[in-house]
Structures are given as C-alpha cells and as structure tokens.
Design a binder for this molecule. Structure first.
Ligand code: GLN
Length: 187
C-alpha cells in the first residue's frame, strides 16, 4: 500500500486524505518532521500560501520538505501547494523553490474569486471538474516541464519530473482522476 503524506498545517487537508484513502492509499497527516519518514509521496494542499509558509517555518518543515523534493520524492501541489513549490513567484520571494515554474498568485480577478470548469486533459481524461478558488497560474515553465492542461491560455496543470502542480482543487470534487494520475504514474 502506498503511503502518501498530506501537509496538514492549514487548508483542504481532510478532502485530500479522504480521496487518497478512497484510492486505496494510506494517507498520513504531516504536521511535524517525524511524519515525513517513509513516505512514498506528499500532497501540498490548497489554502493560503502565506499562512502555510509561516507555519512551515514555525514547525521547521520547509527545509526537510525541500530536501525530500530534491531527492526525488513525488509531490503534488494544488493551488497554494503549487505556489509553495514554484521556483519563482511573480512579486514574491519563493518558498520551497523546487519546481521549475514561474507562478502568479490570484490570477483570476475579484469578480471570479471562485469558479468551476470541466477540463479535457489528454493524458488524464475528459470533462474533469476543476474548482478554482483565488487561484494562481503558471506564467512560464522550464524546458523540462510538461504542460498537461491550460485554461483560457493559462497553464494550470504541469509536471516537472516527480513534481506535479495545479492551479485548482481536484480534491473538492468527487472526481478522483487527477489524484489517481499522481498516485498511479508518479508515486
Ligand atoms: N490565493 C491563495 C494563495 O495565494 C491560494 C488559493 C488556494 O489555495 N485556493 O495562497
């Protein structure tokens, strides 16, 4: 059974845990350093990246997670999780700085703080529901990064080797296909 951690400092933690358990994984809440032992993968959930960064510093998790990413542990960052992983942030200092993408926060303006679309993602499936909440997007990606999905010309799902990042919240729907893609093809 694959053992997948979910960073559990803030944000959509429980939804990821449920979805991972539905997929037959052992899901582990990561709140402190020992929780990172013997993981096969790690999910960095959506929430609020500035708050998460403060908590990562307080619980001394930033550096251990960065080292695991550099050593090749598969990670999936959703929304604020993508912001945490990005090498470069527009108008902000980066956090983990492990994924070769440039991310802009809050890319969808005030009137559309939150919306849902159906995405056709060639590698994953058709009409996959995606919930965007004050979502970021990837302005540019490095040469080894595979763009998996775009929406209205913005990159919203991409893979940099063992690191997967998306702008939206796949765990807030009942459709498990994106998380399944992460677990089946990367972990
Ligand atoms: N806008 C949030 C941030 O900057 C991310 C939103 C989300 O994770 N739903 O952290």
């Amino acid at each position: 059974m694959k053992r997948i951690g979910v960073l559990a400092l803030q944000g959509a933690v429980r939804e990821h845990i449920h979805m991972l358990e539905n997929l037959g994984c052992e899901a582990v809440e990561v709140k402190q350093k020992p929780d990172l032992i013997k993981l096969d993968g790690l999910v960095l959930p959506g929430g609020e990246s500035t708050t998460m960064r403060k908590l990562l510093d307080r619980f001394e998790l930033l550096e251990p997670i960065r080292v695991l990413a550099q050593r090749g542990l598969p990670m999936f960052g959703t929304c604020a999780g993508l912001i945490l992983m990005a090498n470069t942030l527009v108008n902000d200092e980066p956090h983990l700085a492990v994924m070769d993408v440039t991310v802009a926060r809050n890319s969808y303006g005030r009137q559309v703080d939150s919306f849902e679309v159906k995405l056709d993602i060639p590698k994953i499936g058709k009409a996959i529901p995606a919930v965007f909440i004050r979502a970021p997007h990837m302005e540019t990606v490095g040469k080894d990064v595979e763009v998996l999905a775009e929406h209205e010309g913005k990159i919203i799902l991409a893979r940099d080797g063992h690191l997967l990042g998306c702008s939206f919240h796949p765990e807030l729907t009942s459709d498990t296909r994106i998380l399944e893609y992460f677990v089946a093809s990367m972990v």
